[in-house]
Design a binder for this molecule. Structure first.
Ligand SMILES: [Zn+2]
Length: 362
């Protein structure tokens, strides 16, 4: 399986501005207006190799509080660590400019931009912004990588999500090179679903937390994008694959049973066995109320970063793996970037070993 042949375009225009082969420039696209009637602009940075080839969009902060992706895009503009030998990169540091202004996931009309694609020119504020982004940017590209982080009060072990039943989105996802690749078309109205439906295969990265530019998450994002560009023949070099790659078709949330304060026994990226202690729920003075056990075997995909919970609050998101997958994951664990970002992410949550959890057989 390989990517389709792209009919390479010599000319590329965006916002009425032409970008020549072998050059780069920033174009301010007007996507809405303020209350004072001034234009709301979304900067787009275009990098073109000397040789034409695929056009790849990298978009970030469709949710205005998820700015790790902005960090990735800034790195790609300033110091990507690779040279584009073919094709065009269309880099959008912040899609949801209006949400970002308020550090909010949502648009000012309280809609979720990432449930509003492809939008419409005569619809709500959010529908019009979605439409402007879709028509002016997404439709001009052959592929798209959309960068996200966990929602507020949670963190995500870096993972790529894609429709794995569509062969080009699967190729993009697998070449990006995160440990976990999670299957799904994406919610109705999400940019990746609408773009893929419109013939622009799109994957998303989910990495880290809101309101932060986390250096290890930026490293993961830049490395993955470089991997994809190598797979597309746009960058020369060798891909840096993850030490393992598990395809995940099912995930499970563990939820708090009682109100209380959690002591975690696992951190993002850990391998967990079914029945293994995940967190101890305590009262305010630290006395144990109950022990939360994992209901599945797999990898810790996401966690709450706020240890105070009420019954039903999400605690831990598990990517389910079967026994064969778990064995190959455990066999591949060694010192690498993944260890560094696992250690870093463990510092964002307070983790201590549970007294009986020393030796869980996988
Ligand atoms: Zn998001």
């Amino acid at each position: 399986m390989s990517f389709r042949d792209i009919k390479a375009r010599k000319t590329f225009e965006i916002g009425g501005k032409r970008v020549n082969l072998g050059s780069q420039r920033t174009v301010d696209l007007t996507i809405s207006e303020t209350y004072s009637g001034h234009p709301v602009v979304m900067p787009v940075h275009i990098v073109r190799a000397k040789e034409p080839g695929p056009v790849v969009a990298v978009t970030a902060s469709v949710h205005g509080d998820e700015i790790n992706g902005m960090g990735v895009v800034r790195q790609l503009v300033l110091d990507p660590g690779f040279k584009l030998s073919k094709g065009t990169l269309v880099l959008v540091p912040v899609v949801n400019v209006l949400g970002f202004e308020r550090f909010s996931r949502y648009m000012p009309d309280r809609r979720d931009l990432n449930r509003s694609f492809p939008g419409s020119g005569g619809g709500s504020l959010t529908a019009r912004v979605a439409n402007a982004v879709f028509e002016q940017v997404i439709r001009r590209c052959d592929y798209c990588i959309d960068l996200h982080s966990a929602a507020v009060r949670r963190t995500n072990f870096p993972n790529v999500r894609a429709d794995l039943d569509q062969h080009e989105t699967r190729l993009l996802a697998e070449s990006f090179g995160t440990e976990l690749v999670i299957h799904g078309k994406g919610p109705d109205g999400s940019m990746r679903r609408a773009a893929t439906d419109a013939g622009v295969p799109t994957i998303i990265l989910e990495a880290g937390e809101v309101w932060k530019i986390e250096p290890t998450m930026v490293e993961v994002g830049v490395r993955g994008i470089r991997n994809v560009l190598i797979a597309l023949g746009m960058v020369k070099g060798r891909r840096k694959p993850a030490r393992y790659q598990a395809i995940v078709r099912e995930t499970t949330w563990l939820r708090a049973v009682h109100g209380g304060v959690l002591r975690f026994h696992v951190s993002p990226g850990d391998v967990v066995a079914k029945g293994q202690p995940v967190a101890t729920n305590t009262d305010l003075v630290g006395r144990e109320k109950n022990l939360l056990l994992s209901s599945a075997s797999g990898i810790v995909l996401g966690m709450t970063t706020l240890p105070a919970v009420k019954p039903g609050d999400p605690v831990c998101h598990i990517a389910r793996l079967d026994a064969d997958q778990l064995r190959s994951v455990v066999a591949s664990l060694d010192e690498s970037l993944s260890d560094r970002f696992r250690d870093y992410m463990a510092s964002a949550v307070s983790v201590e070993e549970h007294s009986e959890s020393s030796d869980w057989a996988i």
